[in-house]
Design a protein around this ligand. Structure first.
Ligand code: A2P
Length: 337
C-alpha cells in the first residue's frame, strides 16, 4: 500500500496535537510526518509515536514534496499558505473557515457527502465543529424524510477556541473559587461559572458568524439550500465536547421510534437514549470518542412534523481532527487524492 508524506500546520495547537494522535490511532498510511507552526514554536519537539519530531516555522518551502497537509492554524495562515501548498501539488485539508463557502472548494463530512471530494482542486475544507456533529445526526433522517427547518442551540466547550481558552477557564475557575477577581483575556467576559451567547463576531443581521456558518455550511454539505436554519451558539464552561439541542421539522411526520431505528444504523452515530435510567449523551462522557451521540429524541409538542433531540460530540475529534483524517482516508480509498 502506498504511504503518504503528511504535514501538519498548527501542530502545536489543540487540533494539531489531535491530528498527530488520530493519524497514529487510525494507522494512517504515512511515510513521514512534518510538523509546522509559527516561529514561536520553531525548534520545539513533539512526540509522534515514540519518535520526537522537530516543529518548524511554516514557510513557502514547507510544502515541497508533501502529499497531504492538514491545516489548523487559523484562517489567516490557511488563506496564505493553503494555495501555496496546493500549487506545489499538496492536497490541503483545511480546518479553518477560510475556504468553506467557496463554490470550488468541497466542504466534506464523509458520512454525508464523500462524493464531493472528487471535485477538489487542491483544497478540501473541514466544516465547523458544531456543523459536523449536527449533519452526521440529521442527514440519515433527511434522506428518509426531507428536512424543512432546523432550530438549533449549541453549548460549545472552550477547547473550540484553542489552548489559550482552556487555560483561561482553568485559571478563572481557581480564582473564582478563591474569591479573587477575574480579568478576561480570551473572551469578552468571564467564562468560569458563566455562559456567553457570543461565538465569533456579530453580523449586521444580529446573528454571530458561528451561527451563520452553521446554517450555510449545513445547506452546502447536505446539498439542501432550501432548509431553513436558525442557530444560537453559546460558549459554556466545559473543556471538551459540544452539545446541541436540535429542533427539526420534516416534510412528513416522523415518530421518535422511527428516528431511533434509523439512527441506530447510521454511520458515525451512537444512540444513547433511555430517560428511565437518565441515559443521554454528555460532553464529559463522550470526550475522547469519535462518534456523534444522540439522545432525548422526542416528538416536538409544538409542530406536527417535528422532532427534538440532544446531540453531543468531541469537538476536537469528530468536530475537527477525526473528520479531517477521514476525508484524507476517503480520498485515498476512492483514488481522488
Ligand atoms: P504556535 O504554537 O507556534 O503559536 P490553538 O488553536 O490551540 O491556539 O493553536 C493554534 C495553532 O496555530 C498553533 O499550533 C499555532 O502555533 C499555529 N499558528 C498560529 N499562528 C500561526 C502562523 N502565523 N503560522 C503558522 N502557524 C500558526
Amino acid at each position: 500500500m502506498k504511504k503518504y508524506i503528511v504535514a501538519i500546520v498548527g501542530a502545536t495547537g489543540l487540533v494539531g496535537r489531535e491530528f498527530i494522535k488520530v493519524l497514529e490511532q487510525r494507522n494512517f498510511p504515512m511515510a513521514s510526518v512534518h510538523l509546522f507552526a509559527s516561529d514561536r514554536s520553531a525548534g520545539k519537539k513533539l512526540f509522534v509515536g515514540h519518535r520526537e519530531v522537530e516543529v518548524k516555522e511554516t514557510s513557502h518551502s514547507s510544502f515541497n514534496h508533501i502529499d497531504i497537509a492538514l491545516f489548523s492554524a487559523g484562517s489567516e495562515t490557511s488563506r496564505y499558505f493553503s494555495p501555496i501548498a496546493a500549487q506545489k501539488g499538496t492536497v490541503v485539508i483545511d480546518n479553518s473557515a477560510a475556504f468553506r463557502m467557496e463554490p470550488k472548494v468541497p466542504l466534506v463530512v464523509p458520512e454525508v457527502n464523500p462524493q464531493d471530494i472528487k471535485e477538489h482542486q487542491g483544497i478540501i475544507a473541514n466544516p465547523n465543529c458544531s456543523t459536523i456533529q449536527m449533519v452526521v445526526a440529521l442527514y440519515p433522517l433527511h434522506k428518509v424524510n426531507p428536512i424543512k427547518r432546523i432550530v438549533v442551540t449549541t453549548y460549545q466547550s472552550v477547547s473550540g477556541t484553542g489552548a489559550a481558552a482552556m487555560e483561561e477557564l482553568t485559571t478563572q475557575t481557581k480564582l473564582v473559587l478563591e474569591g479573587q477577581s477575574v480579568v478576561p483575556h480570551v473572551y469578552p467576559h468571564q467564562i468560569a461559572f458563566n455562559l456567553l451567547p457570543e461565538i465569533d463576531v456579530f453580523l449586521d443581521n444580529g446573528y454571530t458568524k458561528e451561527e451563520w456558518k452553521m446554517a450555510e455550511e449545513t445547506q452546502k454539505i447536505m446539498h439542501a439550500p432550501d432548509i431553513a436554519i436558525s442557530a444560537t451558539c453559546v460558549r459554556v464552561p466545559v473543556f471538551i465536547g459540544h452539545s446541541e439541542s436540535i429542533n427539526v421539522e420534516f416534510t412528513r411526520p416522523m415518530t421518535p421510534e422511527e428516528a431511533r431505528r434509523i439512527l441506530v444504523y447510521a454511520p458515525g452515530v451512537k444512540v444513547l437514549d433511555d430517560p428511565s435510567v437518565s441515559l443521554y449523551p454528555q460532553p464529559w462522557s463522550v470526550a475522547g470518542s469519535d462518534d456523534v451521540f444522540v439522545g432525548r429524541i422526542r416528538a416536538d409538542a409544538s409542530r406536527p412534523n417535528g422532532l427534538v433531540m440532544w446531540v453531543v460530540a468531541d469537538n476536537l475529534r469528530k468536530g475537527a481532527a477525526v473528520n479531517a483524517v477521514q476525508i484524507a482516508e476517503e480520498a485515498i480509498r476512492r483514488g481522488w487524492l
